[in-house]
Design a binder for this molecule. Structure first.
Ligand code: HPA
Ligand code: MG
Length: 221
């Protein structure tokens, strides 16, 4: 789903959101309900590609936790209503890169230690799904983060590795790597909400919103 550069968004007055963020936001880019509905469709697309394989979900924290929780729930529901129950395991890694709204050069990968246990002896049977909340130039620009992550994972030899991202940020580089599944392609804006943060704030906002200058100044560190 494409959100164009001139999309004005929705007025904040149309929705509810936490009072402590009044005055800090510009507009709603994607309302919570649309995020959840789009995620349900991604779950359906993923289900079709899984075949008879077990699935191991590797969620990139912290921004991916809402997307991960909702996607796993949708896959579970779709699986319950179909003939075959899919076995699912979940693990987490953490990438940290942002200070204020600027990315720092070094992206660190932390966690994911249990991956060998999760993939275990049957790794060659499993469908490994890596979940990002956001695909932007830091992840794919130099390609370094993706490369390090994939190198870490490939040694477990899963049968299939697929990458899903809730958001893909449109940057000046149209040749960038694309995830196998993504929810929304968005303009090159700094967004918050639905687990995406600005210096750890706004994760408790349901909608994906654009932060205003007042909000940036208020929570700057
Ligand atoms: N919001 C929050 N975190 C991010 C973003 C963003 O737009 N881009 C990369 N990390
Ligand atoms: Mg962050």
């Amino acid at each position: 789903m494409q959100i164009s550069d001139n999309w004005p968004g929705y007025s904040l007055d149309l929705f509810t959101y936490p009072q402590h963020y009044y005055g800090d936001l510009e507009y709603v880019l994607i309302p919570h309900g649309i995020i959840v509905d789009r995620t349900e469709r991604l779950a359906k697309d993923i289900m079709q590609d899984i075949g008879d394989n077990d699935i191991v979900v590797l969620c990139v924290l912290k921004g991916g936790y809402k997307f991960c929780a909702d996607l796993v729930e949708h896959i579970k529901n779709l699986s319950r209503n179909s003939e075959r129950f899919i076995s699912m395991k979940v693990d987490f890694v953490r990438l940290k890169s942002y200070h204020n709204d600027q990315s720092m050069q070094d992206m660190q990968i932390m966690g994911g230690d249990d991956l060998s246990k999760l993939t275990g002896k049957v790794s060659s049977l499993c469908f490994l799904l890596i979940l990002f909340f956001m695909f932007c130039k830091d992840i794919v620009g130099t390609g370094r983060t993706m490369k390090v992550l994939l190198n870490n994972i490939e040694k477990y030899k899963p049968k299939m590795i697929k990458v899903a991202s809730l958001l893909v940020k449109r940057t000046s580089r149209p040749d960038g790597y694309r995830p196998d599944y993504y929810g929304f392609e968005i303009p090159d804006l700094f967004v918050v909400g639905y687990a995406l943060d600005y210096n750890e704030h706004f994760r408790d906002l349901n909608h994906i919103c654009v932060i205003n200058d007042h909000g940036k100044a208020k929570y700057r560190v």
